[in-house]
Design a protein around this ligand. Structure first.
Ligand SMILES: Nc1ncnc2c1ncn2[C@@H]1O[C@H](COP(=O)(O)OP(=O)(O)OP(=O)(O)O)[C@@H](O)[C@H]1O
Ligand SMILES: [Mg+2]
Length: 512
């Protein structure tokens, strides 16, 4: 008679005792609850030395303990398995390379869960397989572990970005994750300021050395890693601060740092800023490549935080511009037409009083009133034209821009555009041309300017170019207002203005 075989507790125990694989059960705090024979053989620790204690006090090497905590937190949060490759330290200090699988197992009483992990010791196979291959295997596994860590770091940053955290928080998190992933004590995110300086927008300083605070502005010339990263678009390194004599080098030396690596963060193809890491010793050779890889990914986070901030300030500017325009309109109405109508009312009242007493005096009074009324009408017409030029409604975009150009002291050539476009689009394009051409007259010292229109599928693209002195910096309210106007219509606006080579303002506006 055969007995039925059951996968029960006894089986689990026998299997755990006899298997060559390492079997270790952990709780959510990283405490070891089960440590099988294979674990004892591999590490030299007896069960009684490790059970009930945090794995980070025995088998997890100190440099991997932070990553270990991350993995636990990740698994308990997501309840997903997370295969890992990492090291264990034996009782006599040797390191073993181990590939782990893991799975959460609910407690029998339904209270919480345990993490069952099984590991295969790869150390021997990595050492036994010969020469290049062994290095290769070990390096590949280390790479897998590193990538997994990097992915977790990026996921944390991405989660912050998605939760619309403030840019300050995102930059602080980026610094912290960079330090963690690149295993350095200090890192910072810098924003380039368009001159030879950069502002610290996020930092992480594990040892609390305390140099550079958020908001500090520092020199970023080509004696600095962040300056070189900006100028070359590539990672840059300062190998030894003790060998150079600049203010930044002195600060870094005094804080005990020897070397720095920085990599640029590009936003929309332009160097927006950099991430820099610093260490007391020479940073390893692969730091550049690793930081660059990390930077490319975090630049997305930065771009979206930045875009959100830009959007907020653009909204604020639009509201402010709207307010200002309303106030200006109110002032113009008040000082112009309103005054004339008030005086017209007075004149008419006077005329009425004279109607019986002195009818002969009526003629000049009424003539004056009629003139006043003409002026009031003329002023109202002027105002209305300022809001929406009559030429635009009557003749369309190109003729209206041409009429505008004729009033400027520069020779302006305007292409034809044989097509009427929706009202709001013609108006937006008209105001962009108007401000850009006014800028040409005000700033460019140009001989001529040209406006060209290109109808592309679904898009109107147009350019206002001049042959003047260039150097427009986009910091004035005019150019910012243009960009806001284009972007609020769903389009884009770029200003290219190399000094001495003229200026080209290119705008695109979607037609639907
Ligand atoms: N076509 C141009 N050629 C040369 N410099 C220009 C040109 N357009 C603008 N600039 C420069 O860029 C700056 C910013 O222009 P912007 O239109 O934003 O401001 P603004 O014209 O000075 O003031 P606002 O338009 O608010 O009255 C100008 O002050 C000027 O120095
Ligand atoms: Mg201007």
């Amino acid at each position: 008679m055969s007995t039925e075989f059951v996968l029960g507790d006894d089986f689990a125990r026998v299997l755990t005792e006899t298997t060559q694989a390492l079997v270790c059960v952990l709780d959510s705090g990283g405490r070891i609850l089960l440590f099988n024979d294979a674990c004892e053989r591999t590490t030299g620790y007896g069960r009684d030395e490790v059970i009930g204690r945090d794995a980070r006090e025995s088998v997890i090497p100190p440099e991997e303990s932070e990553a270990f905590g991350d993995v636990l937190a990740y698994i308990w949060r997501t309840r997903l398995s997370s295969p890992q490759v990492g090291h264990w330290v034996t009782k006599n200090g040797d390191r073993r390379l181990i590939a782990w699988s893991n799975r959460l197992m609910p407690a029998v009483d339904g209270n919480g869960s345990f993490l069952v992990t099984t590991g295969i010791d790869l150390t021997e196979s990595a050492e036994e397989s010969e020469g290049a291959l062994s290095g290769d295997v070990e390096a590949k596994l280390a790479e897998v572990g590193r990538l997994a860590q990097e992915q977790r770091a990026l996921r944390r940053v991405a989660t912050l970005v998605a939760s619309e955290a403030t840019p300050e928080r995102v930059f602080a998190a980026v610094s912290e994750e960079t330090s963690r992933v690149l295993e350095v004590n200090a890192s910072a995110v810098f924003r380039y300021e368009g001159d030879d300086t950069a502002t610290v927008v996020g930092r992480h300083d594990r040892e609390a050395v305390g140099i550079f605070s958020v908001g500090d502005r520092i020199f970023a010339d080509d004696n600095t890693a962040i300056g070189r990263a900006r100028d070359t678009g590539l990672p840059a390194r300062i190998e030894d601060y003790f060998a150079i004599d600049t203010d930044v080098a002195k600060t870094m030396r005094e804080a005990g740092y020897r070397s720095t690596v920085a990599a640029p963060i590009f936003v929309s193809g332009i160097p927006w800023g950099a991430i820099a890491i610093a260490a007391r010793e020479a940073l390893p050779d692969e730091s550049e490549a690793r930081l660059m890889g990390f930077c490319e990914l975090v630049s997305l986070a930065v771009a979206s935080a930045q875009a959100r901030e830009d959007l907020q300030s653009s909204r604020a500017r639009l509201v402010k511009t709207g307010d200002e325009q309303r106030r200006k309109l109110e002032r113009n109405l008040h000082d112009g037409a309103q005054q004339r109508l008030v005086s017209l009312a007075l004149t008419l009242r006077l005329a009425r009083a004279k109607l019986e007493s002195d009818p002969g005096a009526l003629e000049p009074i009424l003539a004056g009133a009629a003139q006043e009324l003409d002026l009031a009408l003329e002023e109202l017409r002027e105002l209305a034209r300022g809001l929406h030029p009559a030429a635009l409604t009557e003749q369309g975009l190109a003729p209206a821009v041409r009429a505008l150009g004729e009033r400027l002291p520069v020779d302006v050539r305007v292409d034809d555009l044989d097509e009427r476009l929706p009202d709001y689009l013609e108006a937006t394009a008209y105001y962009i041309c108007s401000e850009a051409l006014t800028n040409v007259a005000k700033h460019a010292r140009a001989e001529s300017a040209r406006v060209t229109f290109h109808r592309e599928p679904g898009v109107l693209r147009f350019e206002i170019s001049d042959d003047g002195r260039g150097g427009a910096d986009g910091r004035g309210s005019g150019i910012l207002g243009l960009r806001d106007r284009a972007e609020s219509a769903g389009g884009t606006l770029f200003v290219i203005s190399p000094p001495g080579k003229g200026t080209v303002v290119t705008a695109t506006l979607p037609l639907d």
